[in-house]
Design a protein around this ligand. Structure first.
Ligand SMILES: Nc1ncnc2c1ncn2[C@@H]1O[C@H](COP(=O)(O)OP(=O)(O)OP(=O)(O)O)[C@@H](O)[C@H]1O
Length: 287
């Protein structure tokens, strides 16, 4: 066995990349620790190409750690296990991470070659991505001239330019007001429909998870404690009673009553209140 000092500096296993293959995300025995604390404890998970997955869990349960591992960004953890991801991966965070001294189009094109392998002009792709997220005409704006929601739209546009096979999103709407968040749900689902990347969305918001995702995972004590298929067609509405059932199951798994009280204090489970509804349109009809 390696000495402790060596173990502590042993880098986490990097994702193996399969270029050119529209591959699944595959985690086998994934373990990640910070010092003595094991945050991910032998996670096995397979996500087929094109699936939209939401990841829920209590604060500190390791959601971001899992996402960072999949993104290959977990430089300060130690770990083990196997990780296979597609070649083209984009990440969107809670803050847009736009560079304030670069105009919006330049931000969207950051790190992109002027022409891609097929000879397509990057600037044209950047403009098209901005148009897709509703920011046509804002190419020359400074990030500081955009609202919070617009900045997140620009971050989504930036994530689209490399045509990702896997889109990782760490609470991308967490800092937005409720109405903007609902609009962003619609946008994200539309972008998914059009480009069909595999999506792993970290969120605290059970409603966001059930209205957007086709599969919801709950992370607890370093393991996937719940793996739930949301078998409802799109467009979905928060008012859908069957979505309400999924919501209650997930809240129960998180130890929360539908009225927001901790489950341990629940003498009786109260029925779920119906939140303000807005359909998330989706041109595809799913079974
Ligand atoms: N760089 C770090 N050094 C030490 N501990 C860390 C580090 N990053 C995360 N942790 C710890 O790992 C645990 C999981 O953190 P993580 O950010 O993955 O949780 P999370 O589920 O995403 O939480 P939240 O929902 O609050 O964002 C936490 O206890 C956190 O304190």
């Amino acid at each position: 066995m390696a000495p402790i000092a060596e173990q502590l500096t042993r880098p986490a296993v990097r994702p193996a990349v399969h270029p050119g293959v529209r591959s699944a995300v595959r985690l086998t025995g994934l373990t990640r620790s910070f010092g003595e604390r094991t945050v991910l404890d032998g996670i096995d998970l397979e996500i087929p190409p094109g699936q939209f997955v939401a990841l829920l869990g209590h604060s500190g349960s390791g959601k971001s750690t899992l996402l960072r591992a999949v993104a290959g960004l977990d430089h300060d953890t130690v770990g083990d296990g196997q990780l296979v991801t597609p070649a083209r991966v984009s990440v969107v965070f809670q803050d847009s991470r736009l560079l304030p001294w670069r105009r919006v189009l330049d931000n969207v094109l950051l790190g992109t070659r002027k022409r891609d392998a097929d000879g397509r002009d990057a600037a044209a792709r950047g403009r098209a991505a901005l148009a897709e997220v509703g920011l046509a005409g804002r190419e020359n704006a400074w990030p500081g001239q955009l609202s919070g929601g617009e900045q997140q739209r620009a971050a989504l546009a930036r994530s689209l330019v490399p045509e990702p096979e896997l889109l990782l999103a760490d609470e991308p709407f967490g800092a937005l007001d409720a109405l903007t968040r609902i609009r962003m749900h619609t946008l994200l689902r539309e972008l998914w429909q059009r480009h069909h990347p595999t999506v792993l969305l970290v969120t605290h918001d059970v409603d966001e998870a059930v209205v957007l995702a086709d599969r919801v995972l709950v992370l607890d004590h370093g393991r996937i404690a719940v793996d739930l298929t949301i078998d409802r067609p799109h467009p979905r509405s928060y008012r859908d009673p069957q979505l309400g059932e999924y919501r209650e199951r997930l809240l129960a798994a998180l130890g929360v009553r539908p009225d927001g009280e901790p489950a341990s204090e629940a003498a009786q489970a109260a029925p779920a209140p119906a939140p303000a509804a807005e359909a998330v349109p989706d041109r595809r009809t799913e079974n």
